[in-house]
Design a protein around this ligand. Structure first.
Ligand SMILES: [Zn+2]
Length: 83
């Protein structure tokens, strides 16, 4: 009989992404350990945020967030057409 210890461990490690707290784009982690004041850099060039912390989200939540964001954008456009 085998215990499914491995499976349990894999479950606890979920895919996570780090996103910008300003624009919620994916951030890059700085490879330099010395650079403690700006560990994260926003990949959105329009934003250009960098800082020592980022918002860590579950990748599934993030995907859902992007879908919701698109929906909201569409809704805003529609509501603008309304008088
Ligand atoms: Zn940003």
């Amino acid at each position: 009989m085998k215990k499914k210890k491995k499976e349990k461990k894999e479950k606890s490690i979920r895919d996570r992404v780090e996103v910008c707290p300003i624009c919620f784009s994916i951030v890059k982690r700085s490879p330099q350990i010395f650079d403690v004041n700006s560990t994260f850099h926003c990949t959105n060039s329009d934003c250009g945020w960098s800082g020592s912390f980022a918002v860590e989200v579950d990748i599934d939540d993030y995907k859902q967030f992007l879908v919701d964001k698109q929906k909201n954008n569409g809704a805003n456009k529609n509501s603008r057409d309304e008088p």
